[in-house]
Ligand binder design. Sequence first.
Ligand code: NI
Length: 256
Amino acid sequence: MKIIDTHCHLNDDNLLKDLDGVISRAQKVGVEKMIVIGWDKASSELAIKLADQYDFIYAVIGFHPENIFDIDDDILYDTLNLYKHPKVVGIGEIGLDYHWTKEPEKRELQKLYFVKQIEFANKVGLPISIHSREAFNDTLEILKEHRPLHGGVMHCYSGSVEGLNEIFNLGLYIGLDGPVTFTNSKTPKEVAAEVPLDKLVVETDCPYLSPHPLRGTVNEPANISLIIDEIARIRDMSKKHLLDVLYQNSCKLFNL
Ligand code: NI
């Protein structure tokens, strides 16, 4: 079995404190590669450090929309310029978060740094990992104006089936995670049923979003098999076929 967790935060303290255990449990279920995503300067540097230490770890670097309020261009580009490291495979996670940010002027700042980071990714030839929470329309508008030239993924896609085409028109994949397994989640299951297979990747977003029946615990890459099992069940397809397609998509997305 070959699985790639395309979005995990092994650089989070909750996972770092038992990193050897986290890695060995992941490998036991067939996780072959892990893409560790940064959310600010320190976590991006840590993602690169982990990628240096482990050949199966890759790094994505950048500023999450909730972490742009205290930065300036110096900090931004100091961090993004770490892209030259050979195991940096993308810029992320970047985007808009209107769930946590309500003030219009702060939302404008999120937009500004989203655009700066898309343009940086375009300049250096990397895909992007997009975080969009309760901000779908503004996210799309920015992406249409500043098209990602090297692809990317709508991470933890929480939109409807109807929203998918707009994303695919931009050349992006969607990432599905724990919510697809939640017993009360309708939309993610519909999306899992309808998404064209060649546009789908899976991710844990650990330590967050533990899949059913582990909700409320610290998530980790090993739990990705619960997500894959549920998608295979929803689509009534063989797990082997699904795994093959997901693996190819992930490699294509991040040029692995
Ligand atoms: Ni994340």
